[in-house]
Structures are given as structure tokens and as C-alpha cells.
Design a protein around this ligand. Structure first.
Ligand SMILES: [Zn+2]
Length: 148
């Protein structure tokens, strides 16, 4: 599965398209790449996701889970309520670990976007048309960087 397929399937798993689940995929891929490991089919990897309970944090967690295979279903992920968008990936056999924090230059723009304003007003994400501008910017930002 290439990165684009992982993104597509992660968004299908999550159920809607939003910037935070894309950020979770991006962070998950960065962690896998840094440790030079593949998505966990079993429990050889362990993840710690640092989020809050707010919409964005939960969506981020879904992106990270799908991408790394560290899932609540398999019990190889733990949630820390630190209110960040960060993820630590641990390879259990070697004890190697990496912590990746999502800090986008777009964060201010995302926070004030029509998408987030509608979400804050309680409108579910599938109830309005969103042109995936943030998905694309977050995703293409990763690919620009990984190719350089
Ligand atoms: Zn979402």
C-alpha cells in the first residue's frame, strides 16, 4: 500500500474527511518512516497518542491508528490526555522510539476556517460541503518535504 492508498483507506475508516485525521495519517507515516518499520499487523509496535477529547484530537487518533496499526482494538496504543496532536511510536523488540508532534504553519488558518466554525456550531462534518482544502494542504506539505 502506498501513502496515498493509506490516506484514502484511513479516511474511509474514519468516516469523513477532515484535516485532523489527515494530520494523524501524516504523523503516523512520519513515525513509521523514522523508525524504518512497517504498519503493525500484530502488536510488535506500541503507540502513545497525546490528544484531548475535542473533535480534532479524536480524529487525529483515528488517522494514527489506521496508519500505524497501533489500535485500541489490539491494545497496542495508549491515550494520554495532554491536549496535543502528538504520537510516540515504540518498536518493542529493540526499544527504539520516536515522538512526532503535529505543528502546522496552517494551524491558525485551520482554527478560523469555515470548516472549524461549522464544527464548533455543532454541525456534523458530513452535513456540509467541504472542498478538502486543508486535507490537500496538509497532505501535499508532507509530500513536498519527503521528496526533498
Ligand atoms: Zn474527523
Amino acid at each position: 500500500m502506498d501513502d496515498k492508498e493509506i490516506l484514502q483507506k484511513a479516511l474511509e475508516f474514519h468516516g469523513h474527511r477532515c484535516w485532523a485525521s489527515v494530520a494523524g495519517v501524516r504523523v503516523g507515516l512520519a513515525a513509521l518512516n523514522k523508525l524504518r518499520v512497517r504498519r503493525s499487523g500484530g502488536t510488535e509496535l506500541f503507540g502513545i497518542v497525546e490528544t484531548g477529547e475535542e473533535h480534532g484530537g479524536m480524529c487525529f487518533g483515528d488517522g494514527v491508528q489506521y496508519t500505524t496499526g497501533c489500535t485500541f482494538g489490539k491494545g497496542n496504543i495508549q491515550k494520554q490526555p495532554y491536549g496535543k496532536l502528538a504520537f510516540t511510536l515504540i518498536e518493542k523488540e529493540t526499544n527504539r522510539a520516536v515522538r512526532v508532534v503535529f505543528t502546522s504553519a496552517l494551524q491558525k488558518q485551520i482554527a478560523t476556517s469555515a470548516f472549524m466554525q461549522k464544527r464548533a456550531a455543532g454541525i456534523p462534518p458530513m452535513k456540509f460541503l467541504w472542498r478538502n482544502k486543508w486535507n490537500w494542504l496538509i497532505w501535499s506539505g508532507m509530500h513536498r518535504r519527503s521528496k526533498s
